[in-house]
Design a protein around this ligand. Structure first.
Ligand code: SF4
Length: 415
């Protein structure tokens, strides 16, 4: 397992190792969703903008490759490509193939690289999995969220538990070698029995990877993330009301208990936790997601997509689809330009804090360069005294208790 990095010292940003492509279309919008998503006529039927989007996405990839040709002409090929969303499985295999073909031509895709596509399980959403495999997809991430009918209804999801099972079977038939399922903790009405049934059902499907995310119900407007250059879209009034109701039904202690309840089930099935919320059978940890936690350089394209230079600069495209499209496919036929967006350059304190927090999310934890940092030392000592952190050689990692109370530790690690 690769180690979390110590503080970077290079003055020149390295070339990207990973590419994230954001596909912002869904059949409908779930009320808890914080991703950049458009639905309705934009996503289906004669007014669908999916085809135009896919062309524009390839234009953005080409423009970003042009920049890299100047800054890093001898860069190595990518180790991972991730088509996330939204619902990338709404793209046709031909669109996915054309996009991956361009990525391979302009950025390079290393032999054996991980190429993930996110899919929703509904029969009209999961797409042609054999076609995606033929287009170069090696890993499927299925947005199941729950395998309990009542919880899926509570979340406003369109699919049924059987759709998840059929998606896994179809992916196996298609020859996709690594399959992951995303599940949510903290769903209104979820209890120990329903959570156990969901985890057991997911394991029975023979999945290779599980992401167990806590349902967070923030308000991106209140957090100031939805301006013209923001990376979130404004919350719809119905979604805000849904969140207010759901928040009243959530209980952090109960969610932590559910999280702990899954541990022996998953360990018994051969899953190893390699990150706070992610577990995998040996050989199936996500290469792409590890790049984020290890602060490796990531290139990104698509509305709201985030990139990182591997040192200090985090940049993103603005979330709204129209300005993104207008920049890349100008209505007047003019030359395309990179879409609007913004960036932040982290200072030394922020880099230190981020490296510690992201590193501690990984089971490997943090090592010298962070463990012996004098600024971090008081918080790390507090974490050890409280039983949230434990040492293994010269490294520090979260304990089981630390995993459940990680937010308290991470807040103290902020600059
Ligand atoms: S399917 Fe996923 S991306 Fe689409 S609206 Fe629902 S939660 Fe968001």
């Amino acid at each position: 397992m690769a180690e979390a990095p110590a503080l970077p010292s290079a003055s020149t940003a390295p070339p990207p190792e990973a590419l994230y492509l954001h596909v912002p279309f869904c059949r409908s919008i779930c009320p808890y969703c914080d991703f950049v998503v458009v639905a309705g006529r934009a996503a289906r039927g004669p007014g669908s903008r999916v085809g135009r989007f896919a062309e524009a996405l390839r234009t953005e990839i080409a423009l970003r490759a042009d920049l890299l040709d100047r800054s890093h002409p001898d860069r190595p090929p990518l180790r991972s490509v991730y088509l996330g969303g939204g619902t990338p499985s709404l793209l046709s295999p031909a669109e996915v193939g054309a996009t991956l073909g361009l990525v391979a031509d302009r950025l390079g895709i290393a032999s054996g690289a991980e190429v993930t596509l996110e899919a929703n399980p509904g029969p009209d959403e999961r797409g042609d999995l054999a076609g995606f495999r033929a287009a170069g997809v090696t890993r499927l991430s299925i947005g199941a969220q729950s395998l309990e009918p009542a919880e899926l209804r509570a979340l406003g999801r369109r699919h049924h538990p059987e759709d998840v099972a059929e998606s896994v079977r179809a992916a196996r038939r298609a020859g996709i070698g690594s399959i992951g399922i995303d599940l949510l903790l903290g769903i209104p009405g979820q209890d120990a029995a329903s959570w156990r049934r969901t985890v057991e059902a997911a394991l029975a499907l023979g999945t290779d990877h599980l992401s167990l995310y806590h349902l967070t119900l923030d308000d991106p407007d209140e957090e100031g993330l939805t301006g013209p250059l923001g990376d979130h879209l404004p919350l719809r009034p119905g979604a805000r009301r849904w969140r207010e109701r759901a928040r009243r039904l959530q209980d952090d202690d109960r969610t932590a208990e559910l999280d702990a309840l899954a541990e022996p089930l998953l360990a018994g099935a051969g899953f190893q936790r390699y990150e706070i919320a992610n577990l995998a059978r040996p050989g199936h940890a996500s290469v792409h997601n590890r790049a984020y936690w290890e602060r490796r350089p990531v290139l990104a394209a698509g509305p709201g997509a985030h990139a990182f230079d591997g040192i200090a600069t985090r940049s993103w495209n603005a979330a709204p689809l129209d300005p993104w499209l207008a920049a890349l496919r100008p209505p007047d036929g003019g030359p395309p330009a990179l879409p609007p967006g913004d960036r932040i350059v982290l200072g030394p304190d922020e880099i230190r804090s981020e490296a510690a927090i992201l590193g501690l999310r990984l089971s490997a934890g943090i090592g010298p360069g962070l463990t012996d940092d004098p600024v971090l030392a008081p918080v790390l000592a507090w974490g050890r005294a409280e039983g949230l952190l434990a040492a293994a050689g010269d490294r520090l990692h979260l304990t089981a208790r630390g995993r459940l109370l990680s937010n308290e530790l991470f807040l103290r690690l902020l600059p």
